[in-house]
Design a protein around this ligand. Sequence first.
Ligand SMILES: Cc1ncc(COP(=O)(O)O)c(C=O)c1O
Length: 421
Amino acid sequence: MKIETKCLHEGYKPGNGEPLALPIYQSTTYNYDSTEHIGKLFDLTAEGHMYSRISNPTVAAVEEKIAALEGGVGALCTTSGQAAILISILNILGAGDHFISTSKIYGGTINLFSVTLKKFGIECTFVDQDLPEEELQKYFKENTKAVYGETLANPALSVLDIEKFARLAHKNNVPFIIDNTFATPILCRPIEYGADIVVHSTTKYMDGQAIQVGGVIVDSGNFDWCNGKYKEFTEPDESYHGVIYTKDFGKAAFITKARVQMMRDLGVYPSANAAFLLNLGLQTLAVRIERHCENAKKVAEYLNNSEKVEFVNYPALSDNKYYQLYKKYLPKGCSGVISFAIKGTRETAVKFMDSLKLASNAVHVADVHTLVLHPASSTHRQLTDEQLVAAGISPGLIRLSVGIENIEDIIADLEQGFERI
Ligand SMILES: Cc1ncc(COP(=O)(O)O)c(C=O)c1O
């Protein structure tokens, strides 16, 4: 099946006379014939759902679909993108361990890595993703256990050289985790370029309609956890009567451990209802993404030609710093998200934004509706103009998430906004 078909036909596969739509199994509990069978579930020697903090048939169908879309051996849904990132790290690292992350990533992830994980005794070094491989190598230490980056970074829109990071991680015998939220598997499948673990905030394009927060982790099944560095994978887990993940679950060692150990203990599993809604989003993901990219490219070109715009940041523009990487990793398009700066002060940008009639002012991106956000008066409002520039955000910078409305209406809205400044 091609990816557009997988969006509809992977995961739940109804049999003769069964509902066409994914059923919502609204149950926390599952019925078994014998205590012996339940005992086997607890020993992880029998397959089946035990309790909906660990798995549920509706969520499982969505996990299977996302694993197929990314080309992994398994997936685990979570209640948020943040939870997916947290579990992907805690499943590998513990107190005293270190990992390397690119610095141009989502602000919430930077907080998680630099503040909260530090309290867990896990240290993160942030690196410039555009450095050559030899320079990046210098950041690896004896206790480095993972490498992390974003395919298409939020909000910087930088494109990651996935092969470079995968090569570097593997040379150092550590897994490469990548956040593929903005690209989605429709535009890029990082496992094909060597990524080991893929995470998503499904809150963005996968849901696509601002309905619910969610996340997912996908395991490629390709990383060798038996290389001597990852004892939790190769030594008995006492909390499961001595299960050895690599021995008992083979290629699915990472995702099984994430579910039965991390999810069991942290309890951030989505409800059947949440999975049902996510599945609705996934069914139309391919067509929505195609339209987002088509619209965004036209908007980026329009903005690029406007005299009122200082610069436009969108990797599909041929003068963009990441144009070559975009052509390699995102040839079908680079999402609906654009950032651009209006000439003038932060007040000019605010006036423009407040004049927009179609685009909503919202702290969200990657939605069917066109959305705008002015970092200088929202997420970064505490900073002075000088501090903003130091943080790489010009006072007139606007983040525009292009929706799937008719392109003429989107451009007409921007046009009338420009006329008012
Ligand atoms: C790239 C990226 N990763 C992770 C997250 C966190 O996801 P969530 O808000 O679903 O917890 C976000 C949220 O904006 C994001 O943009």
